[in-house]
Write a protein that binds this ligand. Structure first.
Ligand SMILES: C[S@@+](CC[C@H](N)C(=O)[O-])C[C@H]1O[C@@H](n2cnc3c(N)ncnc32)[C@H](O)[C@@H]1O
Length: 253
């Protein structure tokens, strides 16, 4: 995707997801890492957005670096993060960033791998993550799961959120591109300034790729990983046919 797709996103992103339990999600992923023998050390969050998971991982004892394609998400992440958390943020594309060092763990949460929707992009992102992982380290990421998406295709949805400053309405209109294994979601967002009544309109198209486990396993192997475990979303359940979201734990060979 282009950085432009997210250029208006940071403004209302945190409002849209204010009920998301980032602390519980980070604890869950932290538990998977520790169960795999990866003790808190250097952790990289790819597609860190405004840094909500990154701050939770830092609180759990990890030394965190966050990378995101969108400069405005990184700017907000820096603003929201206390200097004492010692989190380093950088701008970069998952398939291309280069930090020149390796990490004990890499995470990429909340659809980031599915945003790698251009041909070959996800495969390049996997290879780049592998370059940033120490041997034996883990890469944990979620993704849109093909069987679940095909069994229950996305439909038009309207979402309204507000706080004391803005009232936002978001219409999400999905278009399936089956030959690309992709859903293109057109977002029309109307953001009303509560004080002035002025309305800003934003249109963004997000392209999201869904994956089937066998292709992911093969791509992971080509990039130097072993598929260690799967889950349905961030839960203890193993991945199953009806799950819309999958989670993968991959070990760096
Ligand atoms: C739904 S948000 C999730 C953000 C964050 N992980 C969270 O849980 O709040 C998807 C994020 O992926 C980032 N992103 C999309 N494509 C990317 C790419 N090619 N490289 C790096 N980040 C990307 C976006 O900028 C956005 O911050």
């Amino acid at each position: 995707m282009s950085a432009g797709s997210f250029s208006h996103y940071a403004r209302y992103y945190d409002l849209l997801y204010r009920d998301k339990d980032y602390a519980a999600e980070a604890r869950f992923v932290d538990g998977l890492l520790r169960a795999g023998g990866v003790a808190p050390g250097a952790l990289l969050d790819v597609g860190c957005g405004t840094g909500a998971h990154a701050r939770e991982f830092a609180a759990l004892g990890w030394k965190v670096t966050g990378v995101d394609l969108a400069g405005d998400m990184i700017a907000l992440a820096r603003l929201k993060t206390a200097a004492a958390a010692e989190i380093e943020f950088a701008t970069g594309a998952a398939a291309e960033f280069s930090l020149g060092r390796t990490f004990a763990a890499v995470v990429s949460l909340f659809h980031v791998m599915s945003y790698q929707a251009a041909p070959g992009e996800a495969e390049r992102a996997l290879a780049n993550v592998r370059r940033h992982l120490a041997t034996g380290g883990r890469f944990i990421f979620d993704f849109w799961h093909g069987p679940g998406v095909l069994a229950d295709p996305p439909v038009v949805r309207v979402r309204r959120v507000s706080d004391e400053r803005i009232r936002a309405t978001r219409i999400a209109e999905p278009r399936h591109q089956p030959d690309q294994r992709r859903i293109d979601v057109a977002y029309d967002v109307f953001i009303e300034d509560v004080a002035t009544g002025g309305i800003a309109q934003v249109r963004e198209v997000h392209q999201l790729r869904y994956f089937f486990l066998p292709e992911l396993e093969a791509a992971l192997a080509r990039a130097g990983f072993t598929l260690e475990a799967t889950r349905a979303d961030l839960s203890e359940q193993a991945l199953h046919e009806r799950a819309w979201y999958g989670l993968v734990v991959a070990r760096a060979k």
